[in-house]
Every structure is written in C-alpha cells, then in structure tokens.
Design a protein around this ligand. Structure first.
Ligand code: FAD
Length: 451
C-alpha cells in the first residue's frame, strides 16, 4: 500500500506528525512537494522565499535519501498533481498539515473534493505549523482570542503536544519526479539572504539553545547586536517545528528562554486570529474608518530607505539586503508608514511580503495591523518616535552605520538626528533631510483618529 505526504509549510523530517502518520498507514509513501501554479499566481512566490525554498527542498531530498527514500517534486496545480499520483499509486491516504490562510483552507477543500470516492482518504493534521492548533484554545463564547495576554496564559497552561521522532527508514513508491529548481538559477535574490533547509535550521537551533537564548530577555531589542534567534524563516518553512522549539527552549530553562517562548506564543496567537478572521489578511481587523493618505514621493522614500530618519532607513535597507529585518526595526518602520505618514498598512505589508524570507500571511498581516492600530493592539493610537527608538535601541549608532553607509562617519551624538550637524558637516552628507516633521505627522494622525 501507498500513502502520500503533501509537504507544505512543514519541510522537515524531525517532529513531523504528517510524515509519521503516512509511514504508519502504508509500507511505501510518496513524499511530495508541488511547485503550485495557484500559489505562484497569488504573487506569494517571490525570489527570496523561492531561493530559501530551493535549499529546503534539496536538504529534504538529501535527508530522505539517507533513509532510503527521496523527495518527489512535481509542478502544476497541486490538487491535480495529487489526484493523478493518488490514482497512479492507488494511494490509501493523503496526509497534509492544516493551514490557516485562505489559500491553505481552500486547497484543503479542493483536495477533499478531488479525492472523494477515490478510495484515498484525506487526513489533515493539526499542530504541525503552529505549536498549538488555532481554535483549540477559546475564550468563553468567542471564536478566538483578540487579546494576547489571556491567550498566552491559556497557551502556557495548556502546553504543547509531544515531539515525534524522525523516521529511520523511508520506502518510496516508484513514481517519477521533476528536479528541484536550484537556488543559483533564481534571480533577484537579496545578497545577504540566509541559507534554508532542515539541517541548517537544526544547527542554528542547537547554537541558539546553547548560546544566545540565555541573554534574549535583555538583548532582544539590541538591533546592532543581532541578539535574536533568526529562526523565523525556519519556522515559516517548517524546517523547524514550533512545538519542538518550545519544548527544547523550556528545557533550557533560563528567563531568556521563557521570554523567547512567549514570542513563539505570539506566532500562534496571530495564526489563531487569522484562522478565525481570514478576511483580515486584506481588511481591517478593527476599523477606525481611516482615510489613509496616498503620497507617492513619501512612500517611495520609505520603500527606498531615504526618509531622512536614520533608524527607519537602516531597517528598510536591511530588509532589501538580507530579506529579513529586526523586530524592533519592523515595529518602527511600520509605525512610521502608517502613523507618521498615515499611509495604508497594506502598502507596507505588500512590500514586506515581496522581500521577507519569513514573509508569512498570519504574522505579517496581523503584525502590520497591530502596528497600524487596526489589529489587536490594546493601545492602537501609540506612535513610535524613530529618533527616540534609535537612541534607545541603537545607542551608539552601529546599526545605522552598518546599513546607511552615508552616515558611517557621523559622530554618535548626531547619528539619529543628522540634520542637527553643523552646516558644513551636514552639507557634505549625501543624505536627505527628514521628509516629514515628526510632530506634524503625529498631530495629523491623532486628528484623523480623533485622539
Ligand atoms: P525571535 O525574537 O528570535 O523570536 C522567535 C520566534 O518567535 C520568531 O522566529 C517568530 O517565529 C516568533 N515571533 C517573534 N515575534 C513575533 C511577533 N511579533 N509575531 C509573531 N511571531 C513572532 N514574523 C514572521 O515570522 N513573518 C512575518 O512576515 C513577519 N512580519 C512582521 C511584520 C511587522 C510589521 C512586524 C512588527 C513583525 C513581523 N514579524 C513577522 C514578527 C517578528 O518581527 C519576526 O518574527 C522576528 O523579527 C523574526 O526574527 P527572529 O526569528 O530572530 O525572532
């Protein structure tokens, strides 16, 4: 007998309940990945994530080969490819991880329809992409938690599922496979993009658990120190399992580990919001009737890291260069766009998704809404001041100097406010004046929101 595993955002062998269930079901499996035309048509498959994905698939194939198997890759419509393979192999089951985006739930419905009456049953597995299944924890009388703190309390008390071991042997059905598109053939990739794949993810996790995690509580906002785990792309592609990361971090036991686990709960929190309100990927979760401004020049300055606010510009340039941005940077640039410039959060969310290697519908859209005050933030009208944030989280300006080389020689006391330099020094810099006065931006926003 044969069963099919459809890999989606769970590109791993360790702690993969989907794979383990398929192996229990049949003596041979089809470990399948489909380059899905439908997903490509949504514009989601951008160069940075395609490049990271190439690493993931190569590593998955190589790890499967070590166990006597291999990866089966196909292109086309995912449902059609599954239907064809199920027929060809007379598969008894198709196993897939449950997703929360509209795309994932629609795919699930289509798979169910396509397999109906075929003898191949569809099994959707929970708590594979998140540590806790979206919808499992509910406040009385409601269909999701809208506030993080009570969610986190329940989440911590509930605990996450047990970890399952990686299989030792994998037997694969005799079916053809297309090649993996090599990373080197993908153009338009950020030069400093991280390497993907489960082996890399596991190495990073080990290093993080025995090193950085202990200092996470104090260091998480030190933008220049890069003192966060940088595991987000691995969690996004599922080369690391969120449940396993939670267990191993809790075993480490420090206060840093507890602070880190809290961030993983934020990930689950946003997923359960999106699962309950899939329309909030595109629409305000909580509307204030905003009449957003459209200003092409200011928006272009923001996109290109030329706003004249060094901390904002450094973060925007880090995004372009690495396909990743520090969380503190994400908060500051998002507040700047949506509150100081009062430009629609969707403009920023779209730009982030075009570059972020960890770009994720749940985390990106819900964090953008949080920052814009249209989401779950209980203080929706707070505005972050990029000068104060810069002085606080990049006190000696190393982050700014790294990403905005025009400012490399500016003395520390002016690094977050280069417009205050003496005229002759200011004139020598090829760096713009601020595109907007912070106090004006704030006043405009507060007036619009009726604060
Ligand atoms: P760490 O600080 O080491 O945290 C560990 C893990 O916890 C992260 O890998 C991530 O999975 C999770 N996490 C941490 N903070 C958050 C958060 N606020 N919300 C949800 N999960 C969190 N994260 C994404 O994974 N994908 C996105 O597309 C994304 N877009 C964002 C957009 C905006 C405007 C903002 C403010 C935040 C966004 N985040 C997103 C959340 C956060 O910035 C990143 O997860 C984090 O910076 C990744 O770096 P790290 O792995 O070193 O994080």
């Amino acid at each position: 007998t044969v069963s099919i595993v459809l890999f989606t955002s769970d590109l791993r062998l360790h702690d993969n309940p989907v794979l383990c269930a398929a192996l229990r079901d049949a003596d041979r499996i089809v470990p399948l990945f489909v380059y899905d035309d439908g997903l490509r048509a949504t514009g989601f498959a951008v160069p940075n994530r395609r490049a990271f994905l190439a690493d993931c698939l190569e590593d998955l194939d190589s790890e499967l080969r070590k166990r006597g198997g291999r990866l089966v890759v196909r292109g086309g419509d995912v449902v059609e490819q599954v239907r064809k393979l199920a027929k060809e192999t007379e598969a008894v089951a198709l196993h897939v991880a449950g997703g929360v985006s509209r795309y994932a739930t629609r795919r699930e419905e289509r798979l169910r329809g396509a397999l109906e009456g075929s003898g191949c049953r569809l099994v959707v597995h929970d708590a594979v992409i998140t540590a806790v299944t979206p919808g499992e924890l509910l406040p009385a009388g409601k269909d999701h938690y809208a506030v993080f703190t009570p969610y986190f309390r329940r989440w911590s008390a509930a605990g996450v599922r047990d970890v399952v071991a990686a299989p030792r042997k994998v037997r694969v059905a005799d079916v053809s496979s297309d090649p993996v598109l090599p990373r080197a053939e993908i153009t338009g990739v950020s030069p400093g993009l991280d390497t993907g794949g489960e082996s890399t993810g596991r190495r990073l996790l080990r290093a993080w658990l025995s090193g950085g995690i202990a200092g996470y509580e104090d260091g998480q906002d030190d933008v220049a120190g890069d003192a966060t785990s940088r595991l987000s792309p691995h969690l996004h592609f599922g080369t690391l399992s969120a449940a396993e990361v939670v267990h191993r971090a809790l075993r480490e036991g420090s206060s840093g580990a507890r602070a880190f686990v809290r961030q993983l709960a934020w990930r689950d929190f946003h997923h359960q919001v999106l699962a309950a309100r899939p329309q909030s990927a595109a629409r305000d979760y909580r509307s204030h009737g905003d009449r957003w401004r459209t200003d092409k020049k200011e928006t272009a300055a923001w996109l290109n890291g030329r706003t004249g606010y060094p901390f904002v510009d450094a973060a925007m340039r880090q995004l372009r260069h690495q396909g990743w941005m520090h969380n503190r940077g994400r908060l500051v640039v998002a507040s700047f766009l949506t509150k100081t410039l009062y430009v629609d959060w969707r403009v920023g969310a779209r730009h982030f998704l075009s570059l972020l290697v960890d770009g994720d519908v749940a985390n990106n859209q819900m964090n953008w809404q949080w920052a814009a005050g249209t989401g779950t933030d209980t203080r929706p009208n707070r505005v972050l001041n990029p000068v104060i944030q810069g002085k606080r989280f990049d006190p000696d300006g190393s982050y700014v100097r790294r990403w905005v080389p025009e400012l490399a020689d500016v003395p520390k006391r002016y690094i977050h406010e280069p417009w205050k330099l003496p005229d002759k020094d200011r004139a020598r810099l090829d760096y713009p004046d601020p595109i907007v006065e912070l106090t004006e931006g704030r006043a405009r926003f507060e007036q619009a929101r009726g604060v």
